[in-house]
Design a protein around this ligand. Structure first.
Ligand SMILES: [Zn+2]
Ligand SMILES: [Zn+2]
Length: 473
């Protein structure tokens, strides 16, 4: 075991030389600054190893077979991890790592008689080991104790080589382990972990299918509604499925990441629009995720999503609808939604009136009205060719139909001439931020809000459909 006291004393002396206030640090030249950083990182690694030694001993004294006499139990904790967390700011994962590696070190240091080794039928070398841990792990513990490895690099090798099939030769594993220990100082922790995985897969090729299956079995998608009404989720995917999802998401924001370079004019224009979009990458990805679900629902012929298409409905009283202001609710959710959101839903999806009597009993369900028919929607798609807002390039399938007249000012029939296609994002912008869409004969115009343009100069909207552009030329 390394002389920790000596090491700590030498670090302390170096720190005194460096000086310990901000002004002293600011006076250091570049080389001294980097040397100081390297010295203290080494100090932290040594401290980590020393902590692991101590935790290993605490764990040994807290072992189950000592029952209530165990150290952690006597202090009122269920496990050594809980005890360690209570006396430090360590996270649960950190405490668990100290316990695992500390136990390994204390096992490796135990005398030969302490614990018999299970016999490995394929490998005679295993008879000579002295602890319960497999010989390759004992090699890691030895390197840790000699400070040839830091706690992070030891953990990388252990995780990288771990989970091998039981019939892999111990001799080969120990050899792989020693090679990794020798390379550890020249690689980053991530590189070392990848290198260990490559070596493990070479030693244990027929274990690959098993490990792949384990990764698949670990997959999940969990979702919940937070107390503040936001919808949240998290997922874990195996590499094969994860890559598919990530490449789709990567494609969406690729132009912002500098690639791929578009050679054609249309592709370049699309990329420029995306770069200029005020939304953050995270907001864009969230919007794209919702769009992907909406497209999938529309494309599904009643299988994955069932025969009743999932839809969002807004519930609102007639009283509210007939006056300005007020609020409604999303069906199935108790959060109120603004007047702007109600109007946008009525605008795109129309509405169904339901009459109730004084006792709250439903007496009449009206017909859907103020809704474009399927044939009118097709006409809008061909005429507009996608979202009409500015340079937006969303195709018709991504779009909602915006009625140019506010519904309460217009109780007439739904006319194709009074609708234009807008993507969800721009439809929200129109309703929430007062970008007004106007029609004069068969031309459409965008009237910006005062905050955007004090003169509110009308901007012409032109069809994105190539066939309409050609025919109007
Ligand atoms: Zn609208
Ligand atoms: Zn748009």
């Amino acid at each position: 075991m390394t002389n920790f006291a000596q090491f700590f004393a030498s670090t302390a002396a170096a720190v005194v030389q460096l000086g310990t206030d901000a002004a002293a640090i600011a006076r250091l030249d570049d080389d001294d600054l980097l040397a100081a950083q390297a010295l203290l990182m080494a100090h932290r690694e040594q401290s980590d190893t020393f902590i692991a030694w101590i935790v290993g001993e605490i764990t040994k004294r807290s072992q189950r077979d000592t029952g209530y006499a165990g150290l952690a139990q006597r202090k009122g904790f269920g496990s050594p991890e809980a005890l360690i967390q209570s006396v430090s700011q360590a996270t649960r994962a950190e405490a668990a790592r100290y316990v695992q590696l500390g136990t390994l070190m204390s096992d490796a240091a135990a005398p030969a008689s302490a614990s018999p080794t299970p016999t490995d039928p394929h490998d005679q070398a295993s008879h000579t080991t002295t602890s319960q841990a497999p010989p390759w792990q004992v090699a890691i513990a030895g390197a840790l104790s000699d400070t040839a490895l830091s706690l992070n690099t030891a953990e990388a090798i252990r995780r990288g080589l771990g989970d091998v099939s039981p019939d892999v030769s111990e001799i080969a594993l120990v050899a792989a382990c020693e090679q990794l220990i020798a390379e550890a100082s020249t690689l980053t922790v991530d590189q070392l972990l990848r290198r260990a995985r490559v070596m493990r897969d070479a030693l244990d090729e027929h274990g690959i299918a098993h490990r792949e299956q384990e990764r698949r079995d670990g997959r999940y998608l969990k979702r919940w509604i937070r107390p503040d009404g936001m919808y949240q989720g998290t997922f874990l995917l195996d590499p094969e499925n994860g890559r598919e999802v990530f490449s789709a998401l990567d494609n969406i924001i690729a132009p912002r990441r500098g690639g791929p370079r578009f050679i054609d004019k249309a592709g370049r224009a699309r990329a420029e629009v995306l770069i200029a979009d005020p939304r953050t990458d995270a907001q864009l990805l969230a919007d794209a995720f919702v769009e992907m679900i909406r497209l999938a629902v529309l494309a599904d012929p009643g299988t994955l999503f069932g025969s009743r298409l999932p839809a969002v409905r807004v519930v609102v009283t007639e009283q509210t609808l007939c006056h300005a202001g007020g609020h409604g609710f999303i069906e199935g959710d108790d959060q109120s939604v603004s007047r702007e959101t109600i109007d946008r839903h009525v605008c795109n999806a129309g509405m169904i009136g339901i009459k109730f009597d004084d006792t709250g009993q439903c007496v009449n369900v009206g017909r859907a009205h103020r809704l474009f028919t399927e044939r009118q929607r097709i006409a809008l798609g061909v005429r507009d060719g996608g979202c009409m807002f500015g340079d937006c390039s969303r195709p018709p399938s991504y779009c909602e139909a915006h009625h140019i007249d506010q519904w309460h000012r217009d109780h007439g029939s739904t006319n194709v001439a009074d609708g234009i296609l807008l993507c969800r994002h721009h439809h929200m912008l129109a309703h929430n931020n007062n970008w007004q869409i106007m029609r004069k004969h068969s031309r459409y115009w965008l009237k910006p809000p005062r905050s955007e343009d004090p003169n509110q100069t009308l901007r012409p909207l032109s069809s994105k459909s190539p066939i309409m552009r050609e025919s109007q030329r």
